[in-house]
Design a protein around this ligand. Structure first.
Ligand code: CU
Length: 124
C-alpha cells in the first residue's frame, strides 16, 4: 500500500514537472514569434555610425526602411547600384526601398564610407 501511494506521488510530481516544461516551451515559442514579427518590419536602425542589423535577410518584394537615430546625417548607397541611393538622412528621417531581385545587396554611407551593411534578398 505504501509503495502504491509513493508511486502515485512520483507520477504526480513528474506530471507537474512536464506541465512546467510544456508551459516553458509555449512561452519560448511566443517569444520567437514576437521577434519574427520584428524582422518582418525590415527596419535598419542607423545608430553610432553603424547599421543595425548589419545583415538583414528579406524576401523579394518586401520593403526595407532605414531610420537615422544619429545626430549626424547619413546616406544609404548600394555598392552595385541595386537600388536608388537615399538623400542625406537627418536625425529620425527614414528611407524606404522595395527589395528587388534575389541576391546580396551591399550598401554604405557615402558620408562615412566605412559604414557598410548587407541585405540578403531571397525569392518571395
Ligand atoms: Cu554616415
Amino acid at each position: 500500500m505504501y509503495t502504491f501511494i509513493n508511486t502515485n506521488k512520483t507520477i504526480r510530481i513528474l506530471f507537474a514537472i512536464s506541465s512546467l516544461c510544456l508551459s516553458g516551451l509555449t512561452f519560448g515559442q511566443a517569444g520567437k514569434e514576437a521577434s519574427a514579427d520584428n524582422t518582418k518590419a525590415n527596419q535598419i536602425v542607423i545608430k553610432d555610425f553603424h547599421f543595425d542589423p548589419q545583415v538583414l535577410t528579406v524576401r523579394s518584394g518586401e520593403k526595407i526602411t532605414w531610420i537615422n537615430r544619429d545626430e549626424e546625417p547619413h546616406t544609404v548607397v548600394s555598392v552595385e547600384k541595386q537600388f536608388e541611393k537615399s538623400s542625406a538622412l537627418d536625425t529620425d528621417q527614414e528611407f524606404t526601398i522595395t527589395a528587388g531581385a534575389p541576391g546580396t545587396y551591399t550598401y554604405y554611407c557615402s558620408v562615412h564610407p566605412k559604414m557598410t551593411g548587407t541585405i540578403v534578398v531571397k525569392k518571395s
